[in-house]
Design a protein around this ligand. Structure first.
Ligand SMILES: [Zn+2]
Length: 650
């Protein structure tokens, strides 16, 4: 049997890893042996698949670089192969890896969820293949942010999966990502198995491994975010749900004065604002950011956010006349001056969110090239998509600690436009920016079949450039692959190529994930998605309980009629397909019980609804061993606890 040869033109670890990935999948797809050889060891004949940076292939057609392109952040790939002969290259090591996965995608390989059971690798006669493409992704920023409850393995597998669908950036929130790991390892929310004792040192060690996995793939690494307003003052900010430790006496003077008191906001350090008019406060914060940037050269994009929460600003006489955003910009400019003096090129991400949605009145960013604007419309609706076609309202008046936050897309976009109006870089270029959004954080549980939400996500991603944003970082549970990974595949594929239409991607995904009866699975989940009525579950329909109850009442019948299809596929010889159908069988059970509980609620029987939900919650925790790679049971049950509790109160 002839062997396929892969030749590596570079010795960058990510390119060596890309070659190993190509070797592994090509061997599986072709059934032929595959050898990897370095440049010096290879003879001109027989031919090989060459892998490397574009500059090593001067004869090859490459994507034209945009004037603003920065090879550190902007990806580009070109592939020219016939049979086992040709070249696969990128403009940076990460892009070489992306090009390898894009090549395998063109051969028919799909990764429908993280892990080996999510790999669909078809049989390929390589001699019959030809791939020619030159691509630059639609958006620079294509990332995922850590949230929910996670084990190290969950994060590792997600990072491994991300470049397979074209994603390029990973974000670990907080210095240690403690709370996300703690929720998993302490089994938070579990009815019987909760433990204590997970430590910050353990979390720090896990983050070290996570960063190594991201760097192995040359992903853009984002870090920190919240915490700068407490950690540098000796107040731990590990997460939102921990009992507060006492504030060191010397730090009390720095806390925001709210309703006459300087104290922790609702007992949560991360949500506590500071007295930003105090120059010492601003200096302590920016010194901490500088020290962190110095100590962490591995961080590509360092997030510097103020306190979480809203309407928690200092009311002292020196702070009161000035918007929080003006103090924020003062700190950003100070930070830039110090970093520049130290010759550090760390990019700083700043955040338009809650009280900071109102842009500064007086201060302006001095060096826009240092910064990336992150727009985080956390209170928006997910029933409607971004659009610039609708009439835009005026910016609401800033009223300290009496702000309300908009649900409507239009009102959210007026804040974005107000911020964007503040920056014009040399040559009229807009400031680098991305959307930090939450489709897959809580909201996706309100569409338990994932079809309608995947479509909204897709449409939002398509429209990012029309609202002036160059990408997306998805603040989301890491395990959002239940019942399927459709929204996650759509996330990667659409950010790579915003012209791809939703229907084509959905058909493609279901064929790869489920095999010959994939169309039936797609039709089934589309029907369930409609019957659960996400807009109703979001509480965005003022009436309609009766209508919702009728639709929810149909779920059990739809599931029952589909069960035979599930059963006859569940022993498929293709491991990926069998696994997808197994998850769908678990989902059928959960969907039936959930619809029944929600129907009780819609019919105005909150007590019965609660009883049914309590029973289902126990059951889902029992299923966690089977479902944990694809479902974050902690966040799923927390969201539905909230939904059924709200039903009780109304
Ligand atoms: Zn103050």
């Amino acid at each position: 049997m002839t062997s396929i040869r892969i030749a590596i033109a570079d010795d960058h670890p990510t390119i060596i890893f890309a070659a190993a990935e190509l070797q592994r999948y090509l061997a599986q797809a072709s059934g032929q042996p595959v050898d990897v050889l370095d440049r010096d060891a290879i003879s001109p004949e027989p031919p090989a698949l060459w892998l490397g940076l574009t500059q090593h292939f001067p004869g090859l057609a490459h994507p034209p670089a945009a004037a603003s392109a920065d090879a550190r952040f902007d990806d580009a790939i070109s592939i020219a192969t016939e049979a086992a002969n040709g070249s696969i290259c990128g403009n940076n090591p990460r892009s070489v890896l992306l090009a390898v996965y894009r090549y395998l995608h063109m051969l028919g390989c799909r990764w429908v969820r993280p892990g080996a059971d999510g790999e669909y690798i078809p049989a390929v006669d390589l001699a019959q293949t030809e791939v020619h493409l030159i691509e630059t992704p639609s958006y620079r920023h294509r990332g995922i942010c850590i949230e929910g409850a996670v084990s190290y393995e969950h994060v590792r597998d997600l990072i491994d999966w991300m470049p397979k669908v074209g994603l390029n950036a990973y974000f670990v929130q907080f210095r240690e990502g403690f709370t996300f790991f703690d929720r998993w390892y302490s089994h938070m929310g579990h009815p019987t198995a909760q433990t204590r004792g997970f430590t910050v040192d353990q979390a720090r060690a896990l983050v070290g491994q996570v960063v190594a996995e991201a760097k192995k793939r040359d992903l853009v690494y984002h870090a920190v975010g919240h915490g700068w307003t407490c950690e540098p003052f000796g107040i731990a900010g590990l997460g939102w749900e921990y009992p507060p430790e006492p504030v060191p006496p010397e730090a009390v003077q720095y806390l925001a004065l709210v309703q006459g008191k300087r104290e922790l906001w609702e007992g949560i350090p991360l949500n506590t604002s500071l007295c930003y008019s105090n120059p010492a406060v601003r200096r302590i914060i920016t010194d901490a950011v500088v020290a962190y940037a110095q100590g962490h050269p591995e961080v590509d994009l360092l997030h510097f956010w103020l306190a979480d929460g809203a309407n928690n600003q200092c009311e002292c006489e020196h702070c009161a006349p000035t918007r929080p955003a003006d103090f924020y910009i003062m700190m950003l400019n100070d930070l830039d001056r110090t970093l520049s003096a130290l010759h550090l090129d760390t990019r700083i991400v700043f955040l338009a969110y809650f009280d900071l949605l109102w842009p500064p009145e007086h201060e302006r960013i001095q060096n826009p090239d240092r910064f990336v604007l992150m727009f985080a419309p956390i209170t928006r609706t997910y029933s409607k998509t971004f659009s610039t076609n609708r009439a835009m309202p005026a910016l609401p008046r800033f009223e300290r600690n009496k702000l309300t936050f908009p649900r409507s897309i239009e009102q959210n976009l007026t804040f974005l436009q107000a911020w964007q109006a503040q920056f014009v870089r040399d040559g009229g270029r807009p400031v680098d920016s991305f959307d930090f959004d939450y489709h897959l954080m809580w909201d996706h549980y309100r569409d338990p079949a994932y079809i309608q939400m995947a479509r909204v996500l897709h449409d939002d991603l398509q429209l990012l450039d029309s609202i002036g944003l160059d990408g997306f970082n998805s603040c989301q549970v890491q395990r959002a692959f239940f019942p399927t990974g459709l929204p996650m595949a759509v996330l990667g594929w659409t950010l790579w190529d915003k012209t791809r239409d939703f229907e084509t991607m959905a058909h493609d995904y279901f064929a790869a994930a489920f095999g010959p009866e994939g169309e039936a699975a797609l039709a089934y989940l589309t029907q369930l998605s409609g019957l659960f009525d996400p807009e109703y579950l979001r509480g965005e329909k003022s009436l309609g309980g009766e209508q919702a109850a009728a639709a929810l009442g149909r779920v059990a019948g739809v599931v029952d009629s589909f069960l035979p299809t599930i059963e006859r596929n569940i022993d498929s010889g293709t491991a990926c397909w069998a696994c997808s159908w197994r998850y769908l069988r678990h989902h059928a059970e959960i969907a039936t019980s959930l619809a029944s509980a929600l129907r009780e609620r819609a019919q105005g029987d909150p007590a019965n609804a609660q009883l049914e939900w309590n029973a289902l919650k126990q059951r889902v925790w029992q299923m966690e061993d089977a479902l944990h790679p694809v479902l974050d049971v902690y966040l799923f049950t927390r969201v539905y606890d909230g939904i059924f509790k709200a039903g009780q109160q109304s």
